[in-house]
Write a protein that binds this ligand. Structure first.
Ligand SMILES: C[S@@+](CC[C@H](N)C(=O)[O-])C[C@H]1O[C@@H](n2cnc3c(N)ncnc32)[C@H](O)[C@@H]1O
Length: 369
């Protein structure tokens, strides 16, 4: 257990990232957030220490954290302000990205991880923070990951900036790529016991679909959840009947975010929805934490998806590049078929791709079915 990396989770919220650290069998040394109800939820569900403090007050935070033993500092500063990124309207919350970079540069953990929405990359504060990390002695790597390929039954893209102290800039995208599942995960596959078939998820705009099937990945779980308005007009893209659908309970939304079944939420409904929507899906965080462990031990990723590549390499002589472009093609066929039929099970769908594609047959054989 000695070689487990110890993490400090800043802007920890109700603990999405902390849960991922636990799933990855690393150690959470400390969680910090200034939101009372998040503190309550975090303390209810985690054994490690949690401090309810304002991270904007850098010197205070630095002195508090200095008392702990840690290797990695992780932080997902609030991202609301980045929706207007590029228009020069970056508010106080975007500043917290800068404060995070200051804290890391002073405390100098072996690694840091900063998580945000992909759009954050275009903002001034993100670029300034990145400059701070580089000047603070970090080599960095930047990647956008879609949770849907890391065991999360939800399409959700997030940006990760990862730094390693006293190292040149590095690239661990291959480790992330090799960890990806071949096909995106659906809600039904993740939760076979779910009793719903179709549900309503309030779209950002009515130009988008609002009714979804459990036989597809869910769209991004956001911090607001609304019932279907009486005035809702069926979207042309809704292939399922949408007159009776209801929205998901927060319990189901928490499961789709891959919080454990036993996670005990407290607060009023809108607070709970907000904490769930804010979270880094724990299983995505797990993939990031495991990748850092691989990097720190200088070991390659070994796992099922990588084994499938090795299997293809042996059986078909595929190179890594050929493998990657094959996967791209398979995903395209998958999306095409899924969009045509949203009530077929994942295994049926994959089998029907397999009728025309030998690699999918190899995949099914590899998986043992
Ligand atoms: C995107 S959420 C983080 C979610 C979390 N990483 C997870 O995986 O569950 C951002 C968090 O930053 C917290 N926050 C905002 N301003 C803060 C401040 N000045 N000090 C401490 N925490 C703050 C919010 O309360 C919120 O929980």
């Amino acid at each position: 257990m000695e070689d487990r990396l110890k993490y400090i989770d800043l802007f920890a919220g109700a603990g999405g990232f902390s849960q991922g650290i636990k799933y990855a069998n690393a150690e959470v040394a400390l969680g910090v957030d200034n939101w009372g109800i998040a503190a309550k939820n975090y303390r209810n569900n985690f054994e490690n220490i949690f401090l309810q403090e304002n991270i904007g007050s850098v010197s205070n935070i630095v002195s508090l954290i200095s008392d702990y033993d840690f290797d990695v500092i992780v932080g997902g500063p609030p991202c609301q302000d980045f929706s207007s990124a590029g228009k020069g309207v970056e508010g106080e919350r975007a500043n917290l990205t800068l404060e995070f970079s200051k804290i890391v540069s002073i405390l100098k953990p072996k690694y840091f991880i900063m998580e945000n929405v992909p759009n954050a990359r275009k903002s001034n504060s993100y670029q300034k923070a990145k400059k701070n990390f580089l000047e603070g002695g970090y080599g960095v790597t930047e990647t956008i990951l879609d949770a849907n390929y890391y065991g999360v039954p939800q399409r959700r893209k997030r940006l990760f900036l990862i730094g390693a102290l006293n190292q040149p800039d590095f690239d661990i995208s291959e480790n992330f790529e090799m960890r990806q599942t071949i096909f995106p995960l659906t809600v039904k596959e993740y939760m076979p016991d779910i009793s719903l078939t179709d549900y309503y998820l309030h779209p950002r705009s009515y130009e988008r679909r609002g009714v979804f099937s459990v036989y597809e990945p869910s769209p991004t779980i956001r911090g607001v959840n609304r019932p279907k308005p009486k005035t809702y007009v069926q979207h042309i893209g809704n292939t399922n009947k949408d007159d009776e659908v209801v929205s998901l309970s927060y319990d189901l939304r928490s499961r789709i975010q891959t919080f454990p079944k036993e996670y005990h939420w407290v607060g009023n409904i809108s607070e709970i929805e907000q904490m769930i929507g804010n979270a880094v899906p724990p299983l995505l965080a797990k993939a990031v934490v495991e990748t850092i462990s691989n990097h720190s031990k200088k070991e390659p990723y070994v796992g099922e998806e990588y084994e499938f590549y090795k299997f293809l390499q042996k059986q078909k002589g595929l190179t890594k590049d050929e493998y990657k472009s094959t996967i791209k093609e398979l995903r395209k066929s998958y999306r095409y078929l899924r969009n045509k039929n949203r009530s077929t099970s994942q295994s049926q769908l994959i089998k029907s791709i397999g009728l025309e594609n030998t690699i999918v047959n190899d995949y099914l054989e590899f998986k043992g079915n």
